[in-house]
Design a protein around this ligand. Structure first.
Ligand code: AMP
Length: 454
């Protein structure tokens, strides 16, 4: 299969050759032809599958043909859950469209409205926006969406998770009914199907990876460790190859900051990327990481969406995510494009239940191996009563009082109490009052203001 055979224009083929892309990925081969035909497409594809080019290439082709010279209204709208993803899509559009005269711009929060208003006023073909800021522009009438011919919902599942459904509905209401709609999502969960039914016309479904599976070239490794020793173990693992670029996930923003401080004090070059950082700080952290100035990037789940780093050899979960699907998203950063990847998770006893969820979702065993010198005092539990941290729990990297106390304060989510064995229960007891939320997020969200929570 070649890009030529998909019907792409010579200017795009040239840009792809310059990018070094030899052939289309499966999602590109599946989605590009129906998109070029003008059909609505519902595509299941995770980050790392080449999904951006799957919509960006045919979108650029359409924009380059039949340009309306009289109008300055945008003709295509790409909605993304995060600023990082918007910036990434923009960069890709520019790369692929470098031999075409198609203009694009990003519209997202955290930066001034003024420059965005000016660009919109001057006129632009493609707008890549996060929902919140686009609504701001709609309210102040600085954007006219009546000329939109193509709408792309990128990472739609994530947008729903972040509570953007009302914003998306509002935006959809402002678009012409006669348009092409492309929806990309990591999964076809029921809310995604419902959205598609509501807003798409006879969509062609393209699904290349079965939902909730991960790249086969990724090996998964779990190291059981006491929560209080996680960061030491992390440092130990990172020190084994200090030149290697590693992406480390932390469950909380505060935890990410603390971890970066700890790593820096220990001589590592680290940076954090999360929603409490300014846009500039995030962009700088990402470019420092890409350039190799920083070798460890510590990210929270939401901030990491849309980070595009080629062939990352290793992703380390300092904490497991509260929602198993996030594990799949996290390790989508490694093992890309045919390269082998390693996903390492440091798992404390109180996270046993989360590991159980992840194993179930992946439907595969994950090797659990102790690291010499960091053996945990309480083994992981993988039975039905395995404990889970409560949402909002103090970060496990925080220094803890010595273990070995009563250790039985933790309330396992499934009501069983045994099995803490003097482990980390005290930490679980000290924190969080949101028991039971862990599974609720997928279904309706992080609630109010969640769009800003990254
Ligand atoms: P995405 O899934 O859009 O985040 O893309 C993942 C990565 O794959 C990006 O770094 C792209 O530049 C790269 N990529 C996309 N399409 C291809 C292709 N056909 N061949 C090689 N790399 C690609």
């Amino acid at each position: 299969m070649s890009f030529e055979s998909l019907g792409l224009a010579p200017a795009l083929l040239r840009a792809l050759a310059e990018q070094g892309y030899a052939e289309p990925t499966p999602i590109q081969a599946g989605a590009i032809p129906p998109v070029l035909e003008g059909r609505d497409v519902l595509a299941a594809a995770q980050t790392g599958t080449g999904k951006t080019a799957a919509f960006a290439l045919p979108l650029l082709q359409r924009m380059s043909q039949g340009r309306e010279t009289q109008t300055r209204r945008p003709r295509a709208l790409v909605l993304t859950p995060t600023r990082e993803l918007a910036a990434q899509v923009h960069e890709n559009l520019r790369d692929y469209g470098k031999h075409l005269r198609v203009s694009s711009t990003t519209i997202f929060g955290g930066v001034g409205m003024g420059p965005q208003v000016q660009v919109l006023r001057r006129g632009v073909d493609v707008v890549i926006a996060t929902p919140g800021r686009l609504i701001d522009h709609m309210q102040q009438r600085s954007v006219d969406l009546s000329g939109i011919e193509v709408l792309v919902l990128d990472e739609a599942d994530r947008m729903l998770d972040m509570g953007f459904l009302p914003a998306i509905r509002r935006i959809l209401g402002a678009l012409p009914k006669q348009r092409q709609t492309l929806l990309f999502s990591a999964t076809f969960a029921p809310p995604i199907k419902a959205l598609a039914l509501d807003f798409m016309r006879d969509p062609r479904e393209v699904s290349v990876t079965p939902p909730n599976t991960v790249a086969p070239l990724v090996s998964h490794r779990v190291h059981p460790v006491d929560a209080s020793r996680k960061r030491d173990l992390l440092l130990h693992l990172l020190s084994q190859d200090s030149r290697r670029q590693s992406l480390v996930f932390s469950r909380t923003k505060h935890g990410a900051d603390k971890l970066v401080k700890f790593l820096e004090v220990s001589g590592m070059r680290a940076a954090a990327i999360h929603g409490n950082k300014s846009q500039n700080a995030r962009t700088r952290a990402l470019s420092d990481f890409k350039s190799g100035r920083v070798t460890v990037l510590v990210a929270t789940d939401i901030a990491a969406r849309g980070i595009d780093i080629d062939q990352l050899p290793i992703v380390i979960n300092h904490d497991l995510p509260m929602v198993a699907e996030d594990y799949v998203h996290r390790i989508g950063r490694t093992g890309r494009a045919g390269a082998e990847g390693l996903a390492v998770s440091l798992v404390s006893h109180d996270e046993s239940g989360l590991l159980r969820d992840i194993r179930k979702l992946l439907d595969q065993d994950i090797a659990i191996t102790d690291v010499a010198g960091y053996e945990p005092s309480a083994p992981l539990r993988l039975d039905a009563g395995a404990p889970r941290p409560k949402q909002g729990q103090r970060q496990s990297s925080a220094p803890r009082p010595a273990r070995g106390g009563n250790g039985h304060g933790g309330q396992p989510a499934h009501g069983r109490t045994g099995g803490n064995r003097g482990g980390n229960g005290a930490a679980a007891a000290a924190n969080g009052n949101n028991a039971g939320r862990s599974r609720g997020r997928r279904r309706g969200g992080r609630g109010q203001g969640a769009g800003q929570a990254h």
